[in-house]
Design a protein around this ligand. Structure first.
Ligand code: NCD
Length: 322
């Protein structure tokens, strides 16, 4: 398959064009619809998963995606058991994983800029699966896929025996996404905002003052610290957790439980809003989304957003790998 994305890194969403986004979304939708073969046999490759920071969904969905694409997977899901604890540098760990006839490397790391360091070492595509509080492009892409699937962005064109799909980005144009929680540390939304801008969406940034971000350029934006206000005005409510493990968060303990979305609040204020969360959500009394929300049919985080992670990563492996 010929694609302009082949051989490229995915470190950020800032440099993605609308055409590239379209190509990724259509490939992900095809993966969702189970079109086989996802890969031609000679395209099988070796994927290195290098997770220096913990992960459930991102790691598991990359692993599943690689298996779906008949790839061979090497790497690690935590630094325990690697030589990182002996003092090995990031560059040396990456150079090692790159040395085994590797075709693509996925990296998650607590430091901003780590994915770029890896990309400078590797002579094949590198995917940033989260670098500190900076970027998490694959999450932002799967979030867009989830929105497109939910709002009916794809249609099927029967052509002979082969199905083909059309994508209509206009279903998202003018829609308002309210992002609520720890905006300062939320790399998923730092990658999301450039895509929302590209698609002509509007933004509500809902956070306590300490965790608010500067108003981004070239996208209609409101800021607030009131969840109920954000909920009322949103087509999509994107909840995020407070990232207590990030530097500087110790002093903000008083914000625990600041935003909790409950079913009765959704039903009272905006019963049709699409509810998303990159997950994990914090368990217990300080959760961002109370478990009684989970059964609502517009609560998308487990039902649609999570599997979108696998389909999007299948698409990315397929498009980026040589
Ligand atoms: C997010 C992350 O790691 O940035 N999780 C994810 O990848 N699905 C969000 C978070 O950790 O809160």
């Amino acid at each position: 398959m010929d694609s302009k994305l082949t051989g490229r890194d995915l470190l950020t969403t800032e440099d993605l064009s609308l055409d590239e986004l379209r190509e990724i979304m259509l490939a992900a939708h095809k993966a969702k619809e189970g079109q086989r073969p996802l890969f031609l046999p000679h395209m099988n490759g070796r994927v290195a998963l290098c997770f220096f920071e913990r992960s459930t969904r991102t790691h598991q969905s990359f692993l599943t995606a690689a298996q779906e694409c008949n790839c061979n997977v090497i790497g690690f899901s935590s630094t325990e058991g690697t030589s990182v604890g002996k003092g090995e540098s990031l560059a040396d760990t990456i150079a090692t994983l790159a040395a085994y006839d590797t075709d693509l490397l996925v990296i998650r790391h607590p430091d901003v800029g780590s994915a770029k360091i890896a990309a400078d070492i590797c002579k094949f595509p590198v995917i940033n699966a989260g670098d500190g509080n900076n970027q998490h492009p694959t999450q932002a892409l799967l979030d867009i896929l989830c929105m497109l699937e939910y709002f009916g962005g794809f249609s099927v064109m029967p052509r002979g025996s082969n199905r083909s799909y059309e994508l209509n980005f206009e279903v998202l144009q003018g829609k308002t996404v309210a992002i609520c929680g720890d905006l300062k540390n939320g790399r998923t939304l730092h990658s999301g905002i450039p895509l929302y801008r590209l698609l002509g969406m509007n933004l509500i940034l809902c956070a306590p003052e300490e965790l608010q971000i500067p108003t981004p350029d070239a996208i209609e934006t409101c800021t607030t610290n009131e969840l109920e206000y954000a909920l009322e005005a949103a087509d999509i409510l994107y909840m995020t957790r407070f990232q207590w493990e990030r530097p500087g968060m110790e002093e903000l303990q008083h914000l625990k439980g600041r935003y909790i979305l409950r079913r009765q609040t959704v039903e009272r204020i905006n019963p049709t809003v699409a509810i998303m969360h990159p997950l994990p959500r914090i368990a217990g009394e300080h959760c961002e989304i109370y478990p009684d929300v989970d059964d609502l049919k517009n609560a998308l985080y487990f039902r649609l957003q999570t599997p979108c992670g696998m389909w999007t990563r299948i698409a990315l492996l397929r498009l980026l790998m040589r």
